[in-house]
Design a protein around this ligand. Structure first.
Ligand code: HEC
Length: 150
């Protein structure tokens, strides 16, 4: 076998193995893209910062875990109280019957208790309208992400 042929075979093997590892890291690459997108946009960066106050009770994105609140991935256009992995919804939220959109999320996040008395989210709300707008844009980013089966 000539040197040249050997080099081609090695190159081909390298290409195959790098394609395989890109596939393996598919979701990692997607979340890297998301992080880059957030870092390059000041509104999304602000939204991510405000979202820190939600993290104690909620997950979003590909890392759904059991926490005290429902997962928020895909919350836009999702019917209220419909996270299949969350079994502790209040009757108030179950009977609510709306699909979440920007307006409903804004009202809910401004004053969760005032908006829907009887709900179980023990959270005072996000006071500043710009913080809410940034947070809602941040939540919307995760709408098209596939939900992680658990
Ligand atoms: C102390 C815990 C806690 C914090 C902090 C919290 N939540 Fe919640 N959240 C809950 C619980 C519990 C529910 C379910 C409420 C119910 O069933 O009445 C909920 C419900 C929701 C829902 C409705 C979900 C659905 O499936 O219909 C949204 C949207 C939401 N929270 C967004 C947020 C956002 C955004 C933040 C941060 C600004 C936040 N929450 C902060 C505990 C929390």
């Amino acid at each position: 076998m000539t040197h040249c042929k050997m080099a081609l075979i090695v190159l081909a093997l390298l290409l195959v193995s790098s394609a395989a590892s890109t596939q393996e890291n598919g979701s990692g690459a997607a979340s890297d893209d998301l992080e880059a997108k957030i870092a390059s946009d000041p509104v999304l960066t602000r939204g991510a910062f405000v979202y820190n106050t939600c993290k104690v009770c909620h997950t979003i994105g590909p890392d759904e875990r059991i926490v005290s609140g429902p997962d928020l991935t895909g919350i836009f256009d999702r019917v209220a109280a419909s996270d299949p992995n969350y079994g502790q919804y209040s009757l108030a939220l179950k009977d609510f019957g709306i699909k979440w959109n920007a307006k409903a999320l804004d009202d809910w996040l401004a004053n969760p208790y005032g908006f829907l008395p009887g709900n179980r989210m023990s959270f005072i709300g996000v006071q500043h309208p710009d913080d809410r707008a940034a947070l809602i844009r941040y939540l919307k980013l995760f709408t098209s992400l596939p939900r992680e089966a658990s």
